[in-house]
Design a protein around this ligand. Structure first.
Ligand code: GLU
Length: 535
C-alpha cells in the first residue's frame, strides 16, 4: 500500500510538543502481540511512562490484537513482563482494568465497539463498502506496478458505486470490507511534537480498510477509535507510523473529533547506521535480562537513545528521568544503539548493587529458567563472556558456601560489566585447578627465582592457620621481596598471581590471596610447582 504519501515536513514551524497545559495527560502504549518486544518497542513504552509520570498523567496499556493471523500466543504476557521488568508502570490495562475497559481490542471488537463507529462513517459518506475479490485486488496491484502508479486502493470501482450496485453485491452474498474514503485535493496536517507540522497530500494516501470482511477492525480504525474513546492526549509511537498518520488525522476529522498530539519517536539504528536488527546482537528486551543486564541500566540506556535531558547527564535513575522528561528533549534524528555504552552503564549499575544483596541478585539471575536457556548451547562471540565459563562459574557460585561466594563476588564487582561476567571472573576462585594461561606460565615459570618463591609461600601458608588477612598477605609479599633482594614487587607478584589464579589479570593480589585462604593457596602453589619449567 502506498503508506509513504508525500510529506512536507516542517512546512510551518509550530512549537514542537505544543502542550496545551494544563492538560491531564493520557498516553497509551499499544503493542500488537505479534512477536517479542524489542528495545525499540520498550523505549516507546518507557517514553510513555516518563511522560505520563512527568505530568502526573495516566499510562494505558492497550493490546492491539485484532489481526488474529499475526497473533502470537504468550506475547502479551511477555510484553507485560518486559515493561514491568524495567520498572515501567501503567495504571490502566488488560491486567489492571480501568474506566475504559476492556483494554484488549479483540474483546472490544466482540462488544461491538468498533462496528457502531464504522456504521456512523458509512452513514456520513466517509466510508464505503468495497466488494473486491482478492484476485481483483491482486490484478489492480499488478496494473499499478506495471504502470508505475502509486500502489494502493485509491477507490477502485466501489468508492463511488451507487447504492444499487452495493445492494446487488450484498444480495449476491458477497462480503464487503469497509474502507475509509480519504478526501481528495486536500492537505492533511499532522501536528507532531518532534517534527512540528507535517503535511501530506491527501491524493497520495489510499483508502485504508477499516473493517475486514470477517467483521474485525483493522489497526488503523481500532487504534484511532480507541484513542478517542480512551481520551488519549498524546500518541507516542515509533516513527514507522508517521506515514499512517494522515489516515489517522483524517479519521479524527471525519468523526469531528479533536486529534491527539502525535509524537513519532525516531528509529533506533545500529552503530553501522542500518536499522537495528538481530545482526547487531540481542534486541529482544528479555534477552538483555538473560545476558546479565540490569533493568535500571537498560532503562537508562534506551531512554537516552533519542532523548536528551540537557547538559551532559548520562547516568539517571528512572525517578530522575521522570522528573526531567520532556517532549522537547526528543531528537528528530535516529538514535544509535551503542552496545559499548550499554556495557559501560551496566557496569556502573552493577557497582551500585549493595554488597549485602549481591549474592542474591546473582543467584536469582542465574536461577531464572530463561537465563539458563539463553546460555545453554550458546555459540561464543568474540569480545563477549565465554558461555562455558559463564555456566561453570555461575553454577559453582550458586553451590559454593555463601560467605565464600560473596567474598568472590565483592572482589569482582568493580571489574565486571554484566551479571553473567561474574561467572568467568569468579571461576578461578571456585575450581580446584584453574585453567592456566600458557603464555603466562611460559613467561614466569622458567625464571630462576620462582622455585624458591613458591617454596617460601608454601611454608607461609602452612604456618598461617585458617585465614590470612589482605594485610598479612601484603606483608608476606613485601617481606619476601626484601629478603630475596628484589627491589620491585613485580617478580613476586606476577608469578604468584599466575600460580594462584592461572591468569595475569584480576582483582588485587593481596585481597584475592586473603579470599582464597591459606588452604586453597597451598594446593595451588603445589600444583604450580609441578608446572615449573626446568632447563
Ligand atoms: N499496534 C501498533 C504496534 O504494534 C501500535 C501503533 C500505534 O501506537 O499507533 O506497533
Amino acid at each position: 500500500m502506498s503508506e509513504v504519501g508525500s510529506r512536507v515536513e516542517g512546512a510551518s514551524s509550530t512549537c514542537p510538543g505544543t502542550l496545551k497545559e494544563p492538560m491531564s495527560v493520557r498516553v497509551r502504549y499499544a503493542p500488537s502481540p505479534t512477536g517479542s518486544p524489542h528495545v525499540g518497542n520498550i523505549r516507546t513504552a518507557l517514553f510513555c511512562h516518563l511522560f505520563a509520570r512527568r505530568h502526573q498523567g495516566v499510562m494505558m496499556l492497550r493490546i492491539e490484537d485484532t489481526d488474529r493471523s499475526r497473533y502470537v500466543p504468550g506475547c502479551e504476557e511477555e510484553i507485560e513482563e518486559s515493561i514491568a521488568w524495567i520498572h515501567i508502570d501503567w495504571q490502566e490495562g488488560p491486567d489492571k482494568g480501568g474506566p475504559h475497559a476492556p483494554y484488549r481490542q479483540s474483546e472490544r471488537a466482540e462488544k461491538g465497539i468498533y462496528a457502531q463507529w464504522a456504521d456512523q462513517l458509512l452513514a456520513a459518506g466517509h466510508a464505503y463498502k468495497a466488494f473486491d475479490t482478492s484476485a481483483e485486488l491482486e490484478e489492480m496491484r499488478e496494473f499499478q506496478q506495471i504502470n508505475k502508479q502509486p500502489i494502493g486502493y485509491f477507490g477502485g470501482k466501489w468508492r463511488d458505486a451507487s447504492p444499487d450496485e452495493v445492494e446487488a453485491a450484498e444480495s449476491a452474498g458477497m462480503r464487503p470490507v469497509i474502507r475509509l474514503k480519504m478526501p481528495r485535493g486536500k492537505m492533511l496536517v499532522v501536528q507532531d511534537a518532534i517534527r512540528g507540522r507535517v503535511e501530506f497530500r491527501s491524493d497520495d494516501v489510499d483508502d485504508p480498510v477499516l473493517i475486514k470482511a470477517d467483521g474485525m477492525p483493522t489497526y488503523h480504525f481500532a487504534a484511532m477509535v480507541d484513542d478517542h474513546l480512551m481520551e488519549t492526549t498524546h500518541i507516542i509511537r515509533g516513527e514507522e507510523w508517521i506515514s499512517s498518520a494522515p489516515k489517522h488525522v483524517w479519521l479524527f476529522e471525519a468523526f469531528g473529533w479533536e486529534p491527539p498530539i502525535f509524537v513519532h519517536v525516531p528509529v533506533i539504528k545500529g552503530k553501522d547506521g542500518s536499522k537495528l536488527s538481530k545482526r547487531h546482537g540481542d534486541t529482544r528486551c528479555l534477552d538483555f535480562r538473560s545476558a546479565g543486564y540490569l533493568p535500571e541500566a537498560l532503562a537508562n540506556f534506551i531512554a537516552l537513545i533519542g532523548w536528551s535531558p540537557g547538559g551532559d547527564r548520562e547516568i539517571m535513575t528512572i525517578r530522575e528521568m521522570e522528573e526531567s522528561f520532556s517532549l522537547e528533549g526528543l531528537q528528530p534524528s535516529p538514535g544509535v544503539f551503542d552496545s559499548d555504552k550499554l556495557k559501560w552503564m551496566n557496569g556502573h549499575y552493577v557497582r551500585q548493587i549493595d554488597p549485602s544483596k549481591l549474592l542474591s541478585v546473582v543467584r536469582e539471575f542465574w536461577s531464572h529458567p530463561e537465563t539458563q536457556s539463553y546460555w545453554k548451547d550458546r555459540t561464543p562471540v568474540e569480545g563477549e563472556a565465554d558461555p562455558t565459563q559463564v555456566r561453570t562459574g555461575l553454577d559453582a557460585l550458586c553451590h559454593a558456601p555463601e560467605e565464600y561466594a560473596l567474598a568472590c563476588l565483592k572482589l569482582e564487582q568493580e571489574r565486571v560489566t554484566t551479571l553473567a561476567d561474574f561467572g568467568p571472573a569468579c571461576l578461578f576462585f571456585l575450581v580446584d585447578e584453574p585453567e592456566m594461561d600458557t603464555k603466562a606460565v611460559d613467561k614466569w615459570f622458567g625464571q630462576a627465582h620462582v622455585p624458591a618463591l613458591l617454596e617460601a609461600f608454601i611454608k607461609l601458608c602452612q604456618a598461617a592457620g585458617d585465614s590470612a588477612s589482605p594485610e598479612t598477605c601484603e606483608a608476606w609479599v613485601r617481606e619476601y621481596a626484601a629478603s630475596a633482594g628484589l627491589e620491585k614487587l613485580g617478580p613476586v607478584v606476577h608469578p604468584l598471581r599466575v600460580a594462584l589464579t592461572g591468569k595475569t589479570a584480576g582483582p588485587g593480589l593481596f585481597e584475592l590471596m586473603s579470599v582464597l585462604g591459606p588452604g586453597r593457596m597451598l594446593r595451588r602453589l603445589r600444583r604450580a610447582q609441578g608446572l615449573l619449567i626446568t632447563a
